[in-house]
Write a protein that binds this ligand. Structure first.
Ligand code: NAD
Length: 471
């Protein structure tokens, strides 16, 4: 950070944030908090730096970002292990995330170069150039569940578009973000990418600062606050928020494949995934077989500290998240849900921050566990009488992130077309072909990421038109 020159010196209270290992409660490290009073100066520095960064060609920015790939790849094991210690996910997944956020830069920037090239539109009399210009200064605010991937998907498109970035990673995972940014900053000009460390207070200060675009990934509640806050000066916002994703299993589905997916997608990352399967609607005729297979899979998966070999599911990020999950389970059980495997509530909730993988039957749509995001390793199964019944229940939500339908491919795709979620998989998860956007509908998102249309949201679109007769 450059020194404050023309202003009186600020009185700053030094504070540090201690990052804890959710598997054993031990500190992983500490990091100085960014005083909120410094943020306006950081924005000014970012705006100055943006002039030359934004004046570069797309190809020049791409080259600079690609030059960081070998160093980031070299550091991927170290950064990935830190990710596991700080966030809790199994080490192969931590290292996998860090490796993707290194090597994946090359393909990502190539796709962005293609997406942001100027286009020409012509009619009989006019020629219009469509330009994708930078906004200026971007605030990227990210969550802890994919502590690098969420940073990557916010920061790389923002930088490629010619913006400079102030990144505020989650207070739960600041160390891993610091390491990734430090390597990237070996290659970027000064102040193109700055780090703001802190919690909600720093996030709020950043949104209030004179930045041009807020790229936020996190909870629906924080997203609503940001949208309201941004409205004062009509700051641009992109919000990727929470979900309550349904899975529909129709008669004729491959039950082994469906149950294996349900287990994987309900329990991976200890259920702390925005597109986790949180509600499962299964045709009456097959619900017993499906549930038996799901319970079998849940029993086979190994829960434990992410650094231990063979572990497939780690702990909850912190005590608060664990308590939230257990409270939802406890309330559901009190209201009639049946525990097929796992826990009933806080009394058998597991050691430390761990929550046993849990399958619930006899759930209803009056229960909070079927309406509000759980973000924990709990699979809830509900029988349905028909595909229409399943569609009605799946759409009975204010969320709209992802969904999936399992069954005969033709029939399943027809049912998929009736769902209100933004990303729907047929006999698979929600991920689309290369170039597909990551998009939440309704209260799960506002704007989207990825693909040609997603990358363009990091830009101000401008048109320059002139008469062909003037050529
Ligand atoms: P969170 O909203 O509590 O925090 C996210 C980030 O925002 C953190 O950096 C936090 O410090 C900051 N923040 C919190 N309140 C703020 C405010 N009022 N103003 C500005 N900044 C604020 O979310 P979390 O617990 O870190 O993450 C979990 C949530 O993220 C879940 O709801 C999950 O579904 C969602 N998520 C969504 C996606 C997606 O792609 N749609 C991806 C990952 C996570």
């Amino acid at each position: 950070m450059s020194p404050v020159s023309s202003e009186p010196a600020l009185t700053l209270t030094p504070q540090t944030l201690v990052s804890m290992n959710p598997a054993d409660g031990e500190p992983v490290g500490e990091i100085p908090v960014t005083p909120a009073e410094l943020i306006p100066q950081m924005v000014r520095d970012a705006r100055l730096a943006q002039r030359s960064w934004g004046a570069m060609t797309l190809e020049q920015r791409a080259e600079i970002l690609k030059s960081a790939v070998p160093r980031l790849s070299e550091e991927a094991s170290r950064i990935g292990e830190l990710l596991t210690r700080e966030m809790g996910k199994p080490k192969p997944q931590g290292v996998g995330e860090a490796t993707y956020c290194a090597k994946g830069i090359t393909d990502e920037v190539d796709a962005i170069v293609e997406a942001l090239r100027s286009e020409t539109l012509e009619d009989q009399s006019l020629r219009t150039t469509l330009r994708f210009d930078p906004f200026g200064v971007v605030a990227a605010i990210t969550p802890w569940n994919f502590p690098l991937l969420m940073v990557f998907q916010s920061v790389i498109p923002a930088l490629m578009a010619g913006n400079t970035v102030l990144l505020k990673p989650s207070e739960e995972t600041p160390l891993v973000a610091r390491e990734w940014v430090a390597v990237l900053n070996e290659f970027l000009p000064a102040n193109v990418m700055q780090l703001v460390i802190g919690d909600e207070r720093q996030g709020r200060a950043l949104v209030q600062a004179p930045i041009d675009l807020v790229v936020f990934t996190g909870s629906r509640e924080a997203g609503k606050h940001i949208l309201k806050e941004a409205s004062g000066s009509l700051k641009r916002v992109i919000l990727e928020l929470g979900g309550k994703d349904p899975m529909i299993v129709l008669e004729g589905a491959d039950l082994d494949a469906a149950a294996a997916f349900a287990a994987r997608n309900s329990f991976r990352n200890a259920g702390q995934v925005c597109v986790s399967t949180e509600r499962i609607y299964v045709d009456d005729s097959i619900v017993e077989d499906f549930t038996m297979k799901l319970v079998e899979k849940a029993t086979e998966m190994k829960l434990g500290p992410g650094m231990d070999p063979g572990v497939e599911v780690g702990p909850m990020i912190n005590r608060g998240q664990k308590d939230h999950v257990l409270r939802q389970v406890e309330a559901a059980v009190r209201e009639g849900a049946r525990v097929l495997v796992g826990c009933h509530g806080p009394e058998d909730g597991g050691e430390g921050n761990f929550v046993p993988l849990t399958v619930l039957a006899d759930v209803t749509h009056d229960m909070e566990i079927m309406r509000e995001e759980t973000f924990g390793p709990v699979a809830c199964v509900m029988p349905v009488r028909s595909a229409d019944d399943a569609v009605r229940l799946a759409n009975d939500t204010r969320f709209g992130l992802a969904a999936c339908v399992w069954g005969d491919a033709e029939k399943a795709e027809e049912v998929a077309g009736k769902l209100t979620a933004g990303m729907i998989g047929v006999n698979q998860g929600c991920g689309g072909a290369d170039g597909s956007p990551w998009v939440g509908a309704m209260e799960s998102g506002y704007g989207w990421h990825g693909g040609r249309y997603g990358h363009r949201q990091f830009c101000q679109v401008r048109t320059i038109s002139r008469a062909k007769s003037s050529d």
